[in-house]
Design a protein around this ligand. Sequence first.
Ligand code: NAP
Length: 471
Amino acid sequence: MSFSPSLLSFQNSYSLCKRCNKFIKGSLQVVLTRQRKRPSFRIVFVAATTKHLSPVAPVQTKGCSESENVKVHRKIVVLGSTGSIGTQTLEIVDARPENFQVVGLACGGSRLDQFVSQIRKYQPKIVAVSDMSKVQELQTLLKDLDYDCQIGGGEQGLVDCACFPESELVVTGIVGCAGLIPTVAAIKAGKDICLANKETLIAGGPVIAPLVEKHRVNVLPADSEHSAIFQCLQGVPNGALSKIILTASGGAFRDTPVEDLPYVTLKDALKHPNWTMGAKITIDSATLMNKGLEVIEAHFLFGTAYDNIQVVVHPQSIIHSMIELCDTSVIAQMGWPDMRLPLLYAMSWPHRLLLPYSSLDLVKVGTLSFKEPDRNKYPCLDLAYEAGKRGGTMPAVLNAANEEAVFRFRNNEISYLEIAKVIEYTMGRHEIGLFVEQPSLDDILHADQWARSVARDFSPKLHVMKHSAVA
Ligand SMILES: NC(=O)c1ccc[n+]([C@@H]2O[C@H](COP(=O)([O-])OP(=O)(O)OC[C@H]3O[C@@H](n4cnc5c(N)ncnc54)[C@H](OP(=O)(O)O)[C@@H]3O)[C@@H](O)[C@H]2O)c1
């Protein structure tokens, strides 16, 4: 029997594939056949795609993609919903309402109007503001709400949100150490964590790591660098990771000569070349403390020794980070600098959902370049490695001193270069008698408070730095 080209074709037809038991798209075609030299007509189905075929290579199949009609439906709580991470999380919910339902929202309380609009739009069942003085105002603003919504305040309000029984996943977009206690509560309540709040692991790592193991929850990194490492690690066998290579944009001052740093202003520090983020993290990017904090976070997330975590400046921010394997193969994750991508992956892991973001065009990017961070320009990076390697309460002290120093810089109390001086001084004071090697949560919270008060009161004008050439 032989076929000749089709005589007639009906596009957009569907047929059940016997291999994958799913309807696939194609066309019905009328073709002329010859059987024992006699012509006859047959109708055949021609598939438009071969994507239902199984791959020959043993690729990872744990998660599913949209084409496999996966049903991801997650009830989420967003802590820090009014911030940069929070609003981008809600943008993902807007784009994929069939996959995500917001059941809880929380924030600090400084942008109450925005918070109220979010509550009216997403209709969460529980909400909280950490600032107790705003609770009554929030209740008044929500007086006409036509459904039941639990309104809370203070630390307990945040904890209630984080542990809300109906939720499965908590997105931690609170800035600073305030995110630690609600995250601990969520882990204890068995929630998966979409981790944006860096301070949770940086300050709380020694406490969080055993809790995660005990309660068997997934901590899914949402920060772009850790998401990149996490994505690269999917399918890598245990023990094969030899090095993490964290990429850094270089921040607002990457092209500023080190001699000009004494004169830079807050406005200059807030101009991030590639990313749009909250003010605190943008300043951390300028000092490279953000990268230092990420080194500590990567240590806890992936169990990698500090000496095997390298930082490289990659000004284009296209490679979000890389891993090197024991056979020296290097795997990189790339994409436009857009936080929604790592957030989406953390929210939907191990699945991959379709979103209409523009594809990465490497021809348009043109060049990918890398260089060693200038240790004179970025003394905060060495301070972070030092605190990470010291372990115990030291990372919590580094983090708290940094928060306080950045706050003072934003308030015009100290200069840009004095940020590192405040942190170095506070760490030095902590070393003498107050350091705890294996801290409890209380020890960490105590170290955090202690470091804040020291960093708040210290006058850095006369302090000479050990780490920096720009004293
Ligand atoms: N933005 C990014 O692209 C990005 C990327 C990676 C990691 N992260 C990390 O994600 C976290 C959030 O960053 P962000 O840039 O989204 O910060 P942000 O824009 O400043 O937003 C912070 C959010 O936390 C809330 N908040 C502040 N203090 C609080 C408190 N004491 N209790 C409860 N909520 C409080 C704020 O509420 P108000 O409305 O009251 O201010 C706001 O909703 C940080 O740890 C940051 O390092 C951010």
